[in-house]
Design a protein around this ligand. Structure first.
Ligand code: ADP
Length: 618
């Protein structure tokens, strides 16, 4: 009868016949136990539940409920129906075979002609599939959220305008904010300082274009503490590969940046210290490439580090020393020990200088060798001094040998004469020449020994002066006469028209005069003229004795050095002329002890003028 009644109603007929959904009509009484009786079910209901008409009609929808059916939801439905109100709900129901399914339904009360609710119409839809998909999505969402929340980095999801849609809890912490509300309605860019804005907005723009961007920049936390961030900006795409959000992941790298900065600062300081050092210090990597050279090296090579790298540092080592250098280097590499050797190294003027090179291996984390620190000290002066000393000793031996051999020869000759071996009459003439020779040679020996003694006295500051007032022009004259007596070959002219006195050690001044005049004669082979002049200098404060020869002269570079001890001008003169290289050194010291000075003017192959300046005593 109810079916009949319904079918006469146009609206319900339409609903019932057109709806693809399952439809159920129950009576409106017995909402509680045993539940409303089903009076009509549409075919779709049977298909959905697996029950047939006989099993359904006259029963209550409770037959579909089971363990997972939400009781609270049922209560809600019941309350609404008792109030004759329609209700929408979703429940887990069970089919005839026991399988559960999700059903979404609307229940509407139906009134009879008297206006009393007599039935409930329920339209149902199996939403199992939709529920599963939704559940999966919820799971996925939860998973993603858990991932974001568990990250120790600061993760932010931005919308397409750069607004912060989400920030994880760790992000809130490392940005030192009270809670998430601090970020609500804010744009990501607002968290950065002015200087970084271009970088940040560029990263966002690239993210919007679907690119991943990485950058490092400083930014303050909400409490204005400056931190350094390592940021990765990644686009979030939908299933159409369209950018829907941007993920900004920021890692706090403040401590590592600060540590690196500390290392950089201390490295910079060490470099500055190394640059200030006068010694040469460099670092070579284990691939034999120089990686650092201090200022002293750059100055010495006249090249920058890059230029030395391109040129090859081994090219600076003298070819004769390179083999030994590489051998020791190799051995030191294998044994990981230090290395020390002497070698010649080329300077910016393409001249080699002796150096003592010391190398120390530096190990990575104290275990793996990766660098060598080299320090080099120039020892050219020491080498030169050594060389000069060796030459000096050779020369002293040679110089001693000549007079001693000569004295010995004349002594033997005299003995032979006395013993009558030679048929020479025992007259004065037979003895005179050998005795004069012996005297000359003995004087040479005495001079030599005196020079040696003076040298050691000067070394020990023990050379004493015994000054007196005397006429220097007279001393020069006397000295000339003595020297002319020994050496007749030379004409020594004296130009002096005045009488000049000095307060000085007469013997020492004569020693200087003899040395300079002898040099003038010695270094003027083939010539026979020496000019000596005595004058008062400019303001009459000094007497100047100038000794001029037209001998071999002295090269400009040697002129300063000839006053150094053991220095002898290089070249032929050293071999051609006997000498020790100490005469001028002693002369200069003696004159300076008198508060005077010695100067030289000379031109190679033209001659020299040595001038002695002594304080004038009027
Ligand atoms: P020595 O003559 O014994 O070598 P000195 O100290 O007197 O030592 O002189 C040093 C050097 O100065 C000499 O070796 C020589 O090269 C140079 N020299 C000195 N006097 C002259 C001179 N008048 N002319 C040229 N060279 C000179």
């Amino acid at each position: 009868m109810f079916q009949q009644h319904l079918l006469t109603e146009g609206f319900y007929e339409k609903v019932v016949s057109n709806a693809n959904d399952s439809i159920l009509i129950t009576e409106a009484d017995q909402i509680d136990t045993p539940g409303p009786r089903i009076v009509y079910a549409k075919q779709a209901f049977y298909e959905m539940t697996g029950y047939n008409e006989e099993e359904v009609l006259g029963k209550t929808p409770r037959m579909l409920q089971g363990a997972k059916t939400d009781r609270k939801e049922l209560d809600k439905i019941r309350r609404r129906l008792e109030d004759n109100r329609s209700v929408k709900a979703e429940l887990i129901n069970y089919k005839k075979d026991g399988t559960e399914f999700h059903v979404e339904f609307i229940i509407a009360p139906i009134a009879n002609e008297e206006g009393m609710v007599s039935h409930f119409l329920s339209i149902q839809r199996d939403v199992t599939e939709k529920s599963i998909v939704q559940k999966q999505m919820e799971d996925k969402e939860l998973f993603s959220r858990t991932l974001l929340e568990s990250s120790s980095d600061c993760l932010k999801v931005l919308d397409l305008d750069g607004g912060i849609r989400y920030i994880n809890q760790n992000g809130v912490c490392i940005l030192e904010a009270e809670d998430r509300s601090f970020f609500e309605g804010r744009k990501w860019e607002s968290l950065w300082e002015e200087e970084e804005l271009a970088l940040v907005s560029n990263a966002v723009q690239q993210g919007l274009r679907g690119e991943t961007v990485h950058f490092r920049a400083p930014a303050n936390t909400s409490k204005s503490n400056l931190k350094w961030w390592d940021v990765m900006v990644t686009p979030v795409l939908d299933y159409n590969n369209k950018v829907v959000n941007i993920l900004a992941s920021s890692r706090d790298i403040t401590s590592s940046v600060m540590a690196t900065k500390k290392i950089e600062d201390s490295e910079k300081m060490l470099r500055q210290v190394a640059d200030l050092m006068p010694g040469k210090v460099g670092i070579i990597a284990d691939n034999k490439m120089p990686v650092f050279m201090n200022g002293a090296w750059v100055d010495y090579f006249g090249m920058t580090l890059e230029e030395v790298q391109a040129y090859g540092w081994t090219n600076f080592i003298h070819p004769e020393d390179l083999k030994q250098f590489m051998l020791l280097y190799q051995q030191a590499m294998e044994k990981e020990t230090g290395l020390e050797l002497e070698c010649r190294i080329l300077d910016r003027n393409k001249k080699y200088h002796w150096h003592i090179v010391k190398g120390v291996a530096i190990k990575n984390n104290g275990s793996q060798l990766n660098h060598w620190i080299y320090s080099s000290t120039e020892i050219q002066k020491i080498k030169d001094e050594d060389q000069r000393k060796t030459e000096f000793i050779k020369m002293v031996c040679h110089e001693l040998k000549t007079p001693v051999t000569s004295i010995k020869g004349y002594t033997q000759m005299l003995l032979s004469i006395i013993s009558g071996k030679w048929s020479v009459p025992l007259e004065k003439a037979a003895f005179e020449n050998p005795l004069v020779r012996i005297d000359i040679q003995t004087n040479r020996l005495i001079q030599l020994i005196n020079e040696m003694l003076d040298l050691s006295r000067l070394d020990e500051n023990k050379l004493k002066l015994y000054p007196e007032l005397f006429r220097i022009d007279e001393l020069v004259k006397e000295t000339l006469e003595d020297l002319q007596y020994i050496n007749h070959r030379f004409t020594i002219n004296l130009f002096c028209e005045c009488q000049l006195s000095v307060y000085a050690d007469k013997n020492r001044i004569q020693q200087v005069l003899i040395n300079l005049i002898n040099n003038a004669v010695k270094y003027s082979p083939g010539k026979n003229l020496v000019d000596i002049s005595i004058n008062l200098a400019g303001d009459n404060s000094h007497v100047v004795i100038a000794i001029k020869d037209d001998g071999i002269g002295i090269r400009e570079e040697d002129q300063k050095k000839i006053f150094d001890r053991f220095y002898r001008a290089e070249g032929d003169s050293e071999k051609r002329f006997a000498g020790f290289g100490i005469g001028l050194f002693i002369s200069k010291q003696i004159i300076e002890m008198h508060k005077g000075r010695i100067e030289v003017q000379s031109e190679e192959n033209k001659g020299s003028v040595f001038s002695i300046y002594l304080p004038f005593h009027s």
